[in-house]
Design a protein around this ligand. Structure first.
Ligand SMILES: [Zn+2]
Length: 66
């Protein structure tokens, strides 16, 4: 049962990524590319649906500075 514990701790690593679901079939999409934001420019995350191979991307806003 060591595997289960490992999966659970992975899930709790707490990345703030939302699950992106495919607009065509509703499957949770895989992140396939990531461009980090830099100096005020937004980054980009690319997603691909493992089920129907639909591809989309999402802007990654630079972190807000207080
Ligand atoms: Zn899909």
């Amino acid at each position: 049962m060591a595997n289960l514990a490992r999966i659970e701790s992975n899930a709790k690593t707490g990345r703030r990524e939302r699950a992106v679901t495919c607009p065509r079939c509703g499957t949770v999409m895989d992140e396939v590319a990531r461009i980090a934001p830099s100096l005020g420019d937004p980054g980009l995350i690319g997603y691909e649906c493992p089920s129907c191979v639909y591809v989309t991307s999402e802007m990654l806003q630079p972190s807000v500075q207080h």
